[in-house]
Write a protein that binds this ligand. Structure first.
Ligand SMILES: [Zn+2]
Ligand SMILES: [Zn+2]
Length: 778
């Protein structure tokens, strides 16, 4: 490389590709282009070895460290306008840095599959035009057609290049019927257009570059485009007027006002309110105001399959189009939703975890509903991000308000409130709601228990049913029984691939492993001695059976992943509870998500003790949240609800604090414990997890990794230890905990350490993953 040539060099593009590599590759821009012509955040097709790959431009440089002969040229530029704008790029870089994950993989993770594979961000435009036969007909035969058809023919005749549906609709609102008939005659045709809309920034793109209305199946109707004739706008305004917003309580009004006043500034609000206290109405009104200001809104929810009512409510209330992003979408639906968000056609994106990376021009507000929910944390795969935490970062980077809503905020969020980093907004129970439900413990050691149900619980169920109340029985374990036991020799049906027992599923006559998914036929006899076997313990199926025997005349539904495998089944279960037809509901965690059942006045929590003695320091927090969330389902309008918690340890401090002072009291006590133990949020954690096919491989790898860790004074390494369930789906798991009181040294340590681990892992034949801020440590 000589100095005089440098001036003429077009520069190089730094490209991140979807591969486990921490440094981007250098490429020359395509011939005739300067590197600055290819924007950061644009996709390019580049040669990689003998193949080609799609990568994203992440930087420009004057020159490469590669020799001229090693430097290859970009084959194709796929986006003339960056797919990731500057602010989204900033968030994705932050994600890659914080979670110590390769940027190329993070960028790929943020994209729908179709865009990863090179699909255009601009949907193809369909253009209507006159056919040759149509042109001929216009000179003769067409004169006899009905006026609607004739008028459409004339409109198209005036636009030989063709017209997109949106333009036609603006001038001939009821054109579709006429078009259908004319197309049948072969007088008009619909072809894919060749507009260069993608070359313009989204805000300047002609309206015709948006998908035709009819094809946006995952979107609500689009509002009239700003340039549509006033007549069309008025017509739409009448059709789509927002149904009247309900009257707000003073607390709701104050919350909306506080959030609204923070517009265009970063403020993180914790909106704390029990089920039914009206958090959603606050989100809706704040979203409406942002949209009215011309901004877009991101709303993250834990699960959409369980909350179709929420989507419907947002669709009906917000006078704008809504894009929904969740894991249940097909690739095509996801692409459509992403395009709608990117182009600004959808001003509101409602989605689950990965929607935190949705492109949203002019983003003005972020809402995270049920912010304590663990589904916001990516628990498998490579990049274990927390969508809740990233949403806060996004709000901070973009200087906009974020609302974290929950009846049971995460201890992290409460800690941030106490430190003054977040602001509290409280929604007390509404006046038309009953008092908070009465919580009581039932000591399992002091009462007779039949099929997992104690006498006081059975009596309470009978009493509430007699008073025409609905009853919810919560047990966080599906199936019939967790264990199949031989009473003669003590054999327990094991999973062959996991250190776990198989769960008895009586309905399907199967034994199933809830960890690896293994399925076997349900045996009648012991595999070892041939004696008859017995199902021990309770799951939802068995509780359903027991309740059915006790209350044969009361209609009962079971809500778990086995009975509500499809959205249709789920809807019909919700319907039977809401209509009051079902009198008893037996359910798992699924009952705590989504719907409020106003007819339920007794809630029974059957197996609370599971969470009391876990090795995971967060288990108590999860249990308290679950109990409070389940209890929140109790209490009809003006009738005080009752919650009974069956336990063998009624003196346990967690249960005592919950009983005495509710979630607040629990949280205060739990935060004190965390402070004393230096656990998060008072310390920072990362977990190096490894798995191997041999029983010792993972542990040996972690021991070797530990030996190579840089010695930083404030960073402590704990382990390695085998995971609580060491063998899972045929692999052996172990982990090493990295702890520090501050974020800085922890991340410095990982930065220095991580690059050495790849070759070590190959030597030991293990898989490993780094989990920053792990949610579960078991
Ligand atoms: Zn046996
Ligand atoms: Zn298994």
């Amino acid at each position: 490389m000589t100095v005089d040539n440098d001036a003429a060099k077009p520069g190089v593009l730094r490209v991140a590709i979807n591969a486990p590599l921490f440094t981007p590759f250098d490429y020359l821009p395509p011939a005739q282009l300067l590197n600055s012509a290819v924007g950061i955040g644009s996709r390019v097709r580049v040669p990689v070895g003998r193949r080609s790959a799609i990568g994203v431009v992440v930087g420009h440089a004057d020159q490469s460290t590669l020799s001229d002969s090693a430097l290859k040229m970009v084959r194709e530029v796929l986006d003339t306008t960056p797919l990731f704008d500057r602010s989204l790029m900033q968030l994705l870089r932050w994600t890659a840095d914080y979670y110590h994950h390769p940027l190329g993989e993070v960028l790929a993770m943020a994209l729908p599959k179709a865009l990863r594979q090179g699909a255009s961000i601009t949907p193809p435009v369909m253009l209507w035009r006159l056919s040759a036969a149509g042109r001929q007909a216009l000179e003769g035969a067409a004169a006899r057609r009905p006026s609607q058809q004739l008028s459409l023919l004339r409109l198209l005749a005036a636009a030989p290049a063709g017209l997109p549906a949106t333009d036609i609709a603006a001038q001939r609102p009821a054109w579709r019927a006429a078009a259908r008939l004319l197309r049948k005659r072969g007088w008009i045709e619909c072809l894919q257009g060749q507009t260069a809309a993608g070359a313009l920034p989204p805000s300047l793109a002609p309206l015709s570059s948006l998908a035709p209305l009819s094809s946006l199946s995952s979107l609500a109707p689009l509002p009239a485009p700003p340039s549509a004739p006033p007549a069309v706008q008025q017509q739409r305004a009448v059709q789509e007027r927002t149904p009247g917003a309900p009257e707000l309580t003073p607390a709701q009004r104050a919350a909306v006002a506080a959030i609204d006043a923070a517009a265009s500034d970063y403020v993180a609000f914790v909106l704390q309110g029990a089920t039914g206290s009206g958090k959603t109405e606050v989100y809706l009104q704040c979203a409406e105001r942002s949209v009215a200001r011309g901004q877009s809104v991101l709303i993250l929810v834990p699960e959409i399959g369980l909350t179709p009512q929420l989507v419907e409510r947002f669709r009906q209330r917000l006078n704008t189009s809504l894009a929904v992003l969740h894991s249940g979408l097909s690739d095509a639906e996801r692409l459509r939703a992403w395009r709608a968000a990117y182009s600004g056609a959808a001003r509101v994106v409602l989605g689950t975890r990965s929607a935190v990376f949705a492109p949203l021009p002019e983003l003005g507000l972020i809402v995270v509903d049920e912010e304590h929910d663990s589904s916001f944390k990516q628990q498998d795969g490579g990049c274990r991000y927390s969508a809740r935490d990233l949403a806060v970062v996004r709000a901070q980077q973009n200087r906009l308000p974020i609302v974290l809503g929950s009846a049971t905020p995460a201890l992290e969020s409460l800690h941030n409130l106490h430190r003054g980093r977040y602001r509290a907004l409280l929604l007390p129970r509404r006046q038309d709601q009953s008092e908070a439900p009465r919580l009581a413990l039932v000591d399992l050691r002091a009462h007779a228990v039949r099929h997992g149900l104690s006498t006081p619980v059975i009596d309470a169920i009978r009493r509430h049913l007699a008073e025409r109340g609905q009853v919810l029985v919560f047990i966080n374990r599906r199936g019939y029984a967790p264990t199949l036991l031989c009473t003669a020799c003590g054999w327990i049906a094991p999973c062959r691939a996991c250190d776990a027992r198989l769960t008895v599923h009586r309905g399907s006559e199967q034994l199933r492993c809830h960890h690896c998914g293994a399925v076997e036929a349900l045996p009648q006899r012991c595999a070892r001695c041939g004696f008859t076997v017995k199902a021990v313990g309770q799951g939802t199926e068995r509780i359903e059976e027991a309740l059915h025997e006790l209350f044969p005349d009361e209609p009962l539904v079971r809500l778990d992943r086995d009975t509500a495998a499809s959205a249709g089944e789920l809807q019909s279960i919700f319907h039977s509870v809401l209509s009051g037809q079902a009198r008893i509901v037996v359910g798992t965690q699924m009952v705590t998500k989504g719907h409020h059942f106003p007819g339920i006045c007794l809630v029974v929590v059957l197996n609370a003790d599971q969470g009391l003695f876990s090795t995971d320091f967060r288990a108590a927090e999860r249990l308290a949240q679950t109990i409070v969330q389940v209890a929140g389902r109790a209490g009809r309008e003006r009738i005080r609800g009752e919650v009974l918690i069956q336990t063998e340890c009624p003196q346990h401090p967690l249960l005592q604090s919950l009983l005495a002072g509710g979630y607040e009291a629990f949280a205060t006590a739990a935060l004190e414990e965390r402070r004393a133990a230096h656990w998060p949020p008072f310390g920072r954690l990362a977990l190096l997890r490894a798995s191997s096919l041999s029983s010792e491989g993972a542990l040996q790898f972690l021991a070797a990794a530990r030996a190579r860790a840089p010695a930083l004074q404030s960073v402590r390494l704990l382990g390695p230890v085998a995971a609580a369930m060491a063998r899972r789906a045929g692999r052996y798991y172990a982990q090493l905990l990295i702890e520090c009181s501050e974020r800085g040294p922890l991340h410095r340590c990982i930065d220095l350490w991580l690059p050495q681990l790849a070759s070590l892992a190959r030597e030991h034949r293990v898989r490993y993953v780094l989990d920053v801020d792990p949610l579960e440590i078991q």
